[in-house]
Design a protein around this ligand. Sequence first.
Ligand SMILES: Cc1ncc(COP(=O)(O)O)c(C=O)c1O
Length: 401
Amino acid sequence: MRYASITDRLAHLGSGRWALHHTARRMKAEGEDVIELTIGEPDVAPDKALLDEASRAMYAGRTRYSNGRGEAPVLKALVDKYSKRRPGVTEKNFLCFPGTQTALYCVMTGLVEPGDGVLVGDPLYATYEGVIASTGAHMIPVPLRPEKKFHLQAEDLARAITPEARVLLLNTPHNPTGAVLTRAEIAAIGEICRKHDLWIICDEVYEQLIFEGTDFASPFDMPELAERTIAVSSISKSHAAPGFRSGWAAGPEEFCDRLLAVSETMLFGVQPFIADMTAKALSEHFDTADVMRQNYASRAAIVEKAFAGSNLVKPMPPEGGMFILLDVAATGLNGEEFAWELLKQEKVAVMPGTSFGDQAANFLRISLTVPEDVLETAMRRVGDLAGRVVLKAKDAPPHIR
Ligand SMILES: Cc1ncc(COP(=O)(O)O)c(C=O)c1O
């Protein structure tokens, strides 16, 4: 049978990226005691009041069709939230989606097509390449440099721009590096986007998970970038509710009007009972994000401490999010080789850096979503493997080192 080319374009970008994670899950299902530090699944439950609200709304008959833009209570809650960041936004600046991922997919579909280029910092969140490729556009990677704490540099962006470039896909706080862009950095990046007439899509799903001493900044909040910025986010991370699939896009009125037809064609609305729960999540304070923020910051500190004196494994301290990168280049193995050996020999599952782009090839991404004692055990095993790998390389005859 014949298939559309999208299936070819995405064939190597889907679950292949998560091969190690799937193998670890299989090993666990077969009874092996694997420590899983792969995916970004919050390890706390959503607040009970939110579960109650979803259930109440469902029993109250909020199970019918929704309109395409989003239910009134959630749109109001979004206006309240975002007008604190940029006064003057209205319901016409929003569209609801089942999660950031769908928002990214739909927004990208509305902005680019075959022949266009999308600039994105490398390392990058694993699904971005697929989101871009699905439209037929091509990805233009912009290196995020470890010596700049993986903060996208305006001059690196300027250097990467080609005549086909239409969109910059930003992510702050960043997965997998944990980098949080400053206002000044975003202003400099924005200046270049204005000069080259680029859209900015800003994935802000980790907005609530920024560690002490760092502030959130977004191009959405800057009036001079308002006409070209679309922010996407959800309650997946902020409220530990990824399974509810509830997110949104915030952008210029004209953009939202145009994208509404695309979104309606794709989704025919979102789920009213989940919208009610989302409205509650956005309009009241819940301490879920505070708890996670503290947990992830102190777990990141544990990982940093574990390798403080190591010349084999180098932690890259995050400023936010739920991950930390480890540079394992000094072991002589790249991230992919190290991660598979770690799973095989030490029963610890981490994501190889290669799942997040070429620039991350020497890194492991550690998910900070397990209790401290488990994380300490896992990091001890990482250190043990690193030591053994190097010893073995020293013992090997020179020609195979
Ligand atoms: C950077 C980034 N964007 C988007 C997503 C997907 O978020 P959602 O659950 O809202 O679709 C994730 C999930 O891990 C992520 O890390």
